[in-house]
Design a protein around this ligand. Sequence first.
Ligand code: GDD
Ligand code: MN
Length: 402
Amino acid sequence: MNVNSANCLLPVPSGSFVVPGLTTVLSTTEAHPLGFSLIIPTYKEAKNLAKLVEQLSRLLDSQLAGDYELIVVDDDSPDDTWKVAQELTADYPQLRVMRRIEERGLSTAVIRGWQVARGEVLGVIDADLQHPPELLLQLWSQIQGGVDLAVASRHVEGGGVSDWSIIRRFLSRGAQMIGLILLPGVIGRVSDPMSGYFMVRRNCLVDRPLNPLGYKILIEVLGRGKIPEIGEVGYVFQERQVGESKVTWKQYVEYLQHLLRLRLSLGYIGRFIRFGLVGFSGVFVDMAIFYLLRDKLGLGLTLSAALSAEVAMFNNFLWNDVWTFGDISQHQPGWRQWFERFVKFNGICLAGLILNVLLVNLLFNVFGINEYVSKLIAIAAVTVWNFWINLKLSWRVTDVRQ
Ligand code: GDD
Ligand code: MN
């Protein structure tokens, strides 16, 4: 059927990536508000789209009939995905289509879609059926249950990836770890920060200065949105049936750039830097006590290393509890919780202490490295370990509803 394309394409927003309030969108389009807007970013998905739109419509009609819209944002795909989408509008009036010519990229496509969306809740899903559409209803019930952001996660109960190679799994987890170290308060808030399948209350994003880059739209939402509560639903990332992933090394480089940009813009003395400064103060405490025990009291190497590390650990806990994670621990008043955090911190750091002592002995006795240099290397390695595990266990940063 030859569809008159002129009146079926949405206008493409330009300029900043700020999501407007619903009143602004409705005033310019005389439309009525909707409950839910789902963005489908596409690049060369002509063969997948019809099946996806049919499944999404069947699912959403069961609970949101007449109160949702699907918005395809296509970047002028060479396989004319946007034309396929237009033709589908005849059978699916809730489907709208945006064809971008100048701008390209997954994250910016999603935000341009959210900028024209009429929903109170904004979502995103891939077009290639790797994100199981049926999960939408569980995400939706999380939002109805009161969370502000509901994320489809491969890393919680019921989650997984079907056909990823070891390399892709390693790269994905490695990227997550780098993110945890650089932006613990952002990446550490969810179990699958790389997810491209989630829904968020519009109010969490309205008038927030989004500055997306690359593929990881969720990181931008977590970093710059105002999101009090998060829910997660496990899913298995499906095998792609038609077409191929557009992920290249470029997306990984853009991911690192994105992390650094967010790190700098989210405040210079971020949580991570505070943790690093506390750890640094601990180095002085550790080295000073190590020197006193070793050179003044003549204690053995292992005992000196262990005792000095323990004193440094107590120093670090006090500072981290008050300064680094003070905004979290203040919500956990009372001695019992303080003591619980200290015990957990100790347990995690004790594991780090054992690692510290083993490393000192390994570097000194096996590799013949100077004992003080060995000690410094051990401290650096254990600091990364302590930060990552403590973030996840001692000072949980989000009450995530499974
Ligand atoms: N508009 C637009 N522009 N869409 C794009 C672009 C682009 O430059 N690049 C990719 N897309 C669309 C694809 O058409 C697909 O619908 C979706 O974005 C995901 O692209 P894939 O290339 O299939 O990504 P993936 O399967 O390797 O990874 C996806 O899933 C991961 C786990 O949720 C992506 O969503 C990742 O961001 C995500 O981490
Ligand atoms: Mn895919």
